[in-house]
Design a protein around this ligand. Sequence first.
Ligand SMILES: Nc1nc2c(ncn2[C@@H]2O[C@H](COP(=O)(O)OP(=O)(O)O)[C@@H](O)[C@H]2O)c(=O)[nH]1
Ligand SMILES: [Mg+2]
Length: 357
Amino acid sequence: MKVGIVGLPNAGKSTLFNALTKGGAQMGDYPFTTIEPNVAIAQVPDERLERVAATVRSSELVPATISFHDIAGLVKGASEGEGLGNQFLASIRETDAICHVVRCHGDSGVPHPDGRIDPLADIETIETELVLSDYEQVERRLGRVGKQAKSGDAEAIAEHGWLQAVFEALAAGRAARSVPVPDAAPDAARNLQGLTTKPILYVANVDEGEIVVPEVVATHAAANGAGAVAVSARIENELAELNPEEAEEMRESYGVEGSGLARLVRAAYDLLELITFFTAGEDKEAVARELRRGATALEAAGTIHTEIMEAFIKAEVVGWQQLVECGGYSQARDKGQLRIEGRDYVVQDGDVITIKV
Ligand SMILES: Nc1nc2c(ncn2[C@@H]2O[C@H](COP(=O)(O)OP(=O)(O)O)[C@@H](O)[C@H]2O)c(=O)[nH]1
Ligand SMILES: [Mg+2]
């Protein structure tokens, strides 16, 4: 899963990205790895995985991961080729979700491209570019899908209808995600590869003194079905240099509770609307695995390995909490908590699953 970090110049994207890549110390057992200068892999903190691994006596923890991409270059006019323009927009197109860094701190030492601090106006500047870019994309796709719809294909007809509604929404300045995808064309949004169909997390980059999401940002996020977290990118960047004890001391001196980065990673993961299931064996790895909500046991097997999916016989399933409370698989089996499920079982968040082949 890829999350693109976007925002106006000087909003604090690179500072936040650097904090993420250096954040190993304060993230404890969940280090980051930089794979390219602007791409970092973050491990998703998950207490459930630790508890499951301890119960089963697994040898190693393998958390779920998300990659963060620092995408520079969005300025006013990007959709017309200003700045890195279309290159920038193409990089966002490849992501699963958008993490939008919004300048909210008032440090006069950091110039703002428009010379004033106005989080809502900044959000609108960025979102206008995304809307304009999608507008062109929808126009192109309408032509193509229109031809398929004329042949009478039911899915194409539904997709065409959705595209027309999206076209009108965009023309009115609204995001494509405001138009529900029809059941008859479930892939419509994916086919469009829109920018404004992607889930958004606003990261309010706030002053050190008070780490809260400003009212205007919170209201805008709520009205648009987006998430919002507050961090001080500067503090997180400083904290990321320290060892865990020093970081805790500094956090206390600032009155900051918990790791902002951990909160950010968690919120980004939640945004993707994934569920997590676990596989764990004694003296083997305990793995947190991401899965689309509503996916079946067979699909879960497929995320482990295609061969495991092909050889699927049944799944042994127990909720992580039941497993921990019982103290292990055999105790859970004795207490009737470990169930046998078939290939069509809909996996629940937190299930611990053993696929039998
Ligand atoms: N005071 C303050 N300055 C910040 C904060 N975050 C970033 N900056 C400064 O703002 C400037 C631009 O940040 P940068 O991360 O390069 O912005 P980008 O253009 O979005 O990548 C740098 O001088 C940072 O040190 C913050 O939380 N507080
Ligand atoms: Mg930058």
